[in-house]
Design a protein around this ligand. Structure first.
Ligand code: BGC
Ligand code: CA
Length: 297
């Protein structure tokens, strides 16, 4: 039995779509739609809560992170750099690729900071080499490299005041907290927010709620943990699948938590795998999210 175990809350499966690598949950308050992607399956999913239907849109390249664009539509991190994404057609218009010279890398997770810069990290596709970096795409479409030498970049999420960037250095099982200035300059040195134990899996996507607590998805750990701002676990929700990748608050009142998951990954053949691996779960956790900032362009 886990301390502060909230695993008895009802979970609902959204739309029955199974992704190989479900990620990038994003609530679009403008259209009351939840978006997410299957990175490896190159698909965008859109769940219109008004009609309760899920639409799948094929994508030409792997898309791994999404944010709302101020002018409408979405901005995305993709295998080939940053791009505008038309959610209706799946059409991508490429903006810039800071790692055009690194074909073994791909973009992974990302989110907007409180000033509307889109911050996204890259990773070694083979998950071995510390070749990943964190980049910030500004509203004028310039790109800065903020930090690097990570195997797998996950997150970020930003504190309510915007001055802390939480980041999952997944391969080392560490969640880091960077001092952050969204308006300028490089980041200072990060501090360790939390290191997961070996039996807790790897920290994946992170999300801030209205109280400034951090929700972390556990890849290989079959759960979500909510941490207080000091990095102490406040509650845990166990999920029936192993690879939990990310979460996002959504719904008109931002009181529904949507949780993305993945299949078992490369080369795993096991008849005991839960058939829900790769679905999106929805839970009412009694806490709200905050509106996601839009990309400043
Ligand atoms: C990546 C996966 C990776 C996992 C490990 C995810 O964000 O997209 O490729 O295996 O993190 O934590
Ligand atoms: Ca992720």
């Amino acid at each position: 039995m886990l301390k502060n175990d909230h695993s008895d809350i009802p979970l609902r499966v959204v739309g029955e779509c199974r992704a190989q690598l479900g990620e990038a949950a994003l609530w679009d308050y403008r259209t009351e739609t939840l978006f997410w992607v299957d990175i490896l399956g190159k698909t965008l999913f859109a769940y219109a809560t008004s009609s309760s239907s899920v639409i799948s849109v094929p994508l030409a390249v792997q898309v791994s992170a999404l944010a709302l664009r101020r002018k409408g539509g979405l901005v995305a991190a993709t295998r080939d750099g940053f791009a505008w994404l038309d959610a209706g057609t799946g059409e991508l218009e490429f903006i810039t690729d800071p790692e055009a010279d690194r074909p073994g890398n791909r973009f992974n997770d990302g989110a907007c900071d409180r000033n509307g810069n889109f911050v996204a990290g890259t990773m070694d596709d083979g998950e071995q080499t510390p070749s990943g970096s964190i980049y910030r795409l500004a509203g004028d479409l310039s790109v800065d490299r903020l930090a690097g030498d990570y195997v797998i970049c996950n997150g970020p999420a930003f504190s309510l005041d915007g001055q802390t960037m939480y980041f999952s250095d997944s391969a080392s099982r560490r969640i880091l907290a960077f001092p952050y200035d969204p308006a300028s300059g490089p980041l200072g040195r990060p501090t360790l927010f939390r290191k997961l134990a070996d039996d807790e899996g790897y920290p994946d996507g992170v999300t801030i709620d209205e109280e400034g607590f951090l929700w972390c998805a556990h890849w290989g750990g079959g759960r979500l943990t909510r941490f207080d701002p000091a990095g102490r676990p406040e509650r845990t929700i166990r999920l029936p699948v192993r690879n939990v990748t990310n979460s996002a608050f959504g719904g008109p009142d931002l009181d529904r938590l949507f949780i993305t998951t993945a299949g078992e990954g490369r080369g795993v053949e096991n008849s005991n795998i839960d058939p829900r691996s790769g679905v999106v779960f929805e839970a009412n956790v009694g806490i709200r999210g905050i509106p996601e900032p839009e990309f400043a362009n």
